[in-house]
Structure formats: C-alpha cells, structure tokens
Design a protein around this ligand. Structure first.
Ligand code: TYM
Length: 329
C-alpha cells in the first residue's frame, strides 16, 4: 500500500491554511493508504522557542490534529524528535545537499530578509531535514500547501541524487497529493499573501465565534465595483477564495453575481463568510480542550504512532546506510 506522510511545525495553533492546505486532504484518505502524520518539533527550533513553551506547543498541535479528525486507529501519529532515524538520515542527506542550492530556497531567503540576526545552519538545512522526514518512510504522497512545494522539490532532488550517487533505488520521489487540482494557497484576510503563523493574519481552529467574526469583519476590502464584471482586486479575490473553501456553490455564485452586477454589500459577504467558517471550525474547537487535557489518551496515541513510525523508518534507514557503505563488524 502506498505511504502518505504529512507534518506541521509545532508553533502556535492550527489555522485555516494548515487545515485546507494539508490536513483536510490527509484526513480524507486515511482509510485507503498507509498514513503517517507528525509534529515537526525539531523544525520549530530554528526560531529558538522558550524551553517552557516547547512541549506545550507540541501538545497543542497534537490535540488540534486529533480534534480535526486525524484517527490514531488509521494513521501513525508521532513527534519528529521521537524518531531518531530521521536525524540519522538527515546527516546522510546533508552530505549531498549543496550550500548554493539551499541558499536559493525561497523560504530561506525570506527568513534571512525577515530575521537577519538568526541565520543559523538549521535554517539553511531546513529542507534537508524535511526531505529526511519524507524519505525515511519512502512516502510516495505528501499532502502540502503551495508554500511547501519547493521543499518537496528538494526532497525529490535529494532522493534522485542519493539513488544516482550510490547506484541504488532506495528512495522513491515524493509527490504532492493535491487530487489533480494543484496545491492550494489559503490567503490571509489582510489583503495580501498567504495565511500564516508568522504573518499574524490567521483564523485558527481554536478561535471562538466572536473572534472569528471580528477577524472576518475587519478583512481588507475597497469601495466596491463600479463597472459590471470588473476584475476583482486582490483583497476581494482573497475573500472569495476563502468563501469557496467553506461555503456551498450556490452561496458563492450568489455573491459572485452580486459582485458582477455591482450590487454587492461587503458587510453581507463577510457575515456569510464568518458564519460558514464557524460552521467548519466550531465543531473541531469543541473537541480540542477535552483532548488536550486527556494526557493518558495522548501518550497512548503517541506510543502507538511512534512504534509504527520507527518500524517504517528503520527499514529505509538500514537500506540507505547499506548503500552508503555501512557494514557490521
Ligand atoms: P507548516 O507548519 O508551515 O504548515 C503545515 C502545512 O500547512 C500548509 N499551509 C498552507 N497551505 C495553504 N495555504 C496556506 N496559507 C498555508 N499555510 C500552511 C503547509 O503547506 C503545510 O503543508 N516545513 C513544514 C512542516 C514539515 C513537513 C515535513 C510537511 C516538516 N517536515 C514533511 C510535510 C512533510 C512546515 O513548516 O509547514
């Protein structure tokens, strides 16, 4: 059975970008594939979180995963740092990853621009650790949003380079699982760019109704269309993109028609969007706290998940080590 793997950094809460960009697709296919879902706590260390927050961040993401519908009976759910095979493969892959190509990664350049005082080696080799996450399970499918596609490309490059360098076929080249629709980018409500934790423009699965409504009502708009069928400016397009994720097609069409005949009232559009986001997220939110507080359940989930993940990872690592030339004494 083909393997599917996806992960998320343990910083903050899950937002709509995480949910619609990766998690929802993953939840949909849990019955039909060999599934692995993990929390990238090592990746979160690039920004030096306070030690008091490090563990709580993992627990938050774990509880939110489970509340959103990830099923530990079907998927192996684990924390990255509990699978040491990942770091061992990371070392091997680092020998095949070149400084120049890592420096050209868009996410690296973006981080350097935003945090010039923290350009650490972990940040530079972030895509190599991500490749190790994926390749150590030989996952064929990796549901991720558009922002992670370049990282996935690097994972394919390293898989190919490893196979070619050692004359082996240890690794398969992973592909995004986007169901032929292309990877998605969930926009923020601030009129530009993607929804993200570091962008501070997220709507979180943990937000309550009042918070969601407030955030949506504050979304950037303009004075409205003045000509029929005029091109939508970016902030309005973003609102419609979100509407398409959470509302039914009739509702989307209703507001598109209103836009096209210039009778749209953005207040009504936003009210509808807020209500439909709440319909999606509030049932998830209602489960989060109970799961978070059930430490026994969480440790059981992770024990089972880690066992499955290590079994899968150690088989691939052994094959990679053999290809590199490791031998028993
Ligand atoms: P992270 O934690 O930033 O995001 C987790 C997942 O959510 C998706 N995502 C989005 N998709 C669409 N629109 C958005 N606005 C949006 N924001 C986030 C991301 O594409 C991602 O799929 N490096 C990864 C974590 C990671 C990983 C892996 C993922 C580490 N190792 C191996 C897959 C496989 C990251 O920082 O994602």
């Amino acid at each position: 059975m083909d393997k599917v793997l996806s992960g998320i950094r343990s910083t903050g809460h899950l937002h709509l970008g995480n949910y619609f960009g990766a998690l929802k697709n993953f939840i949909r296919i849990q019955d039909s594939y060999d599934c692995y879902f993990f929390i990238a706590d090592l990746h979160s260390l690039t920004t030096h979180p306070h030690p008091d927050d490090f563990h709580a961040n993992v627990k938050t993401i774990l509880a939110e995963y489970l509340a959103a519908g990830l099923d530990p009976e079907k998927s192996a759910i684990f924390v990255q740092s509990s699978v040491p095979e990942i770091c061992e493969l990371y070392v091997l892959l680092n020998m095949l990853a070149y400084k120049g190509e890592l420096e050209r990664t868009a996410s690296f350049k973006d981080k350097v621009r935003k945090n010039p005082d923290n350009v650490n080696a972990g940040l530079l080799t972030y895509p190599v650790l991500m490749a190790a996450d994926i390749l150590v399970h030989n996952a064929k499918w990796v549901p991720v949003g558009k922002d992670q596609e370049q990282h996935l490309e690097i994972a394919r490059l390293l898989a190919r380079r490893f196979n070619n360098s050692y004359g082996t076929e240890v690794f398969v080249e992973p592909q995004n699982m986007d169901f032929g629709k292309g990877a998605i980018k969930v926009p923020g409500l601030d009129g530009s760019g993607k929804m993200g934790k570091s962008e501070g423009n997220g709507i979180y699965l943990y937000d309550d109704e009042k918070t969601i409504t407030k955030k949506v009502m504050k979304a950037v708009t303009d004075s409205g269309p003045t000509r029929p069928f005029s091109e939508m400016p970016e902030p309005i397009k973003n609102i419609f993109s979100l509407l398409e994720l959470v509302s039914d097609t009739d509702t989307v069409q209703y507001f598109k028609d209103k836009y096209n005949d210039c009778s749209i009232r953005y207040g009504d559009l936003k009210k509808q969007l807020a209500a439909d986001i709440c319909k999606t997220t509030l049932p998830i939110k209602a489960r989060i706290d109970d799961i978070y507080n059930d430490s026994q359940y969480l440790s059981k989930v992770l024990r089972r998940g880690t066992e499955r993940a290590r079994e899968s990872a150690s088989a691939t690592l052994k094959a990679a080590q053999k290809a590199v030339g490791f031998r028993d004494f």
